[in-house]
Design a protein around this ligand. Structure first.
Ligand code: SF4
Length: 315
């Protein structure tokens, strides 16, 4: 059954715990998803219908380590499918993978899969063997690598609930990237009469923008910083032109840089990454050289002959 039209109806108090309720109507029938919680402990989650005793199943999969070099886990795709927004999207990995593994599916079609909210809610992350050790053993989780959570066709109520669940998972840190920061306010501030999202709202979530050139870096970073006052990052990948981030580094936590990979990868020059490395070093901002351009993803990107993999010291 498709989960694309769920509507969040709110959080209700129930004894010691809360009920997060989202619902949808399909063919005249009401379907309700309740996420129950109590004392920070997850109790139970079911897909329930209005038919007594009928429970709709949810699939769960064993947790695998991520292939993304700067996080420990990934793959929680609330939103799949996307439409290109700028030059950087030309060889989009997500759209390519969707087309490859879902024959017949239009990668432009944006679907919201609310079962992922439950998966994220109950997933168990290992607390050893994570990449940021020994500074912290907290797992770092990249969410939604198969689309953009802030796409206009993503269900805003589901995205808000997804962010709430990330905040609830106080045992882990999360990374979200978007190319549509102009929708952060509309999606996350909706109904909360907030002009921006304070750090306390989602203290363990880092929200960032992907940029490929100076022309898109300026509006995206400035919009991000206006609406989002929590942990942040800029992912300059695939970087297609030289850029400078000096104007914003005082307010940034983390800069990632990488060239494009895949069969149609475009040119990338190491000097662009070296410039950002020197700028970040001078400003005391964590820097991560993710990959050089090449057919295969993960080609090491050496800065002055060294692999530079830094993470911010988030408290
Ligand atoms: S915004 Fe991201 S997911 Fe969407 S088309 Fe562009 S690169 Fe792909």
């Amino acid at each position: 059954m498709p989960f694309s039209a769920w509507r969040r109806t709110g959080v209700k108090t129930r004894g010691k715990g809360d009920i997060h309720e989202i619902q949808r109507r399909q063919h005249g029938r009401l379907f309700i998803l309740w996420i129950l919680e109590s004392d920070n402990h997850y109790h139970s989650t079911d897909w329930r219908t209005d038919v007594p005793g009928q429970v709709l199943g949810v699939d769960y999969y064993p947790m695998k380590r991520s292939g993304i070099s700067y996080v420990d886990y990934s793959g929680f795709n609330l939103v799949t499918g996307c439409t290109p927004v700028s030059f950087g999207c030309q060889n989009c990995f997500a759209r390519r993978m969707l087309a490859k593994f879902n024959p017949g599916r239009d990668p432009d079609q944006v679907l919201t899969n609310n079962a992922i909210i439950l998966k994220l809610r109950r997933e168990k992350f290992a607390i050893v063997g994570n990449k940021r050790e020994p500074n912290t053993s907290r797992p770092l989780v990249f969410v939604n690598d198969m689309g953009d959570l802030f796409h206009r066709d993503a269900d805003p109520a589901s995205v808000r609930l997804f962010f709430d669940v990330m905040a609830f998972r106080s045992d882990a840190d999360f990374v979200v990237l978007t190319k549509r920061p102009e929708r952060i306010g509309e999606v996350l501030c909706d109904g909360r009469i907030l002009k921006y999202i304070p750090e306390s709202q989602y203290p363990n979530v880092a929200l960032g923008v992907s940029v490929e050139s100076q022309a898109v870096a300026q509006p995206r970073i400035e919009t991000l910083l206006r609406f989002w006052h929590g942990r942040n990052l800029v992912s300059a990948e695939p970087l297609l032109y030289p850029i400078t981030l000096k104007s914003w580094l005082k307010r940034l936590d983390w800069v990632l840089v990488g060239g494009e990979s895949g069969p149609n990868h475009r040119p990338f020059q190491k000097e662009w990454a070296e410039t950002l490395w020197w700028e970040c070093g001078a400003a005391g901002v964590a820097f991560f050289a993710k990959q050089d351009s090449g057919y295969q993803p993960g080609t090491p990107l050496l800065i002055d002959g060294h692999i530079i993999h830094q993470w911010p010291m988030w408290k």
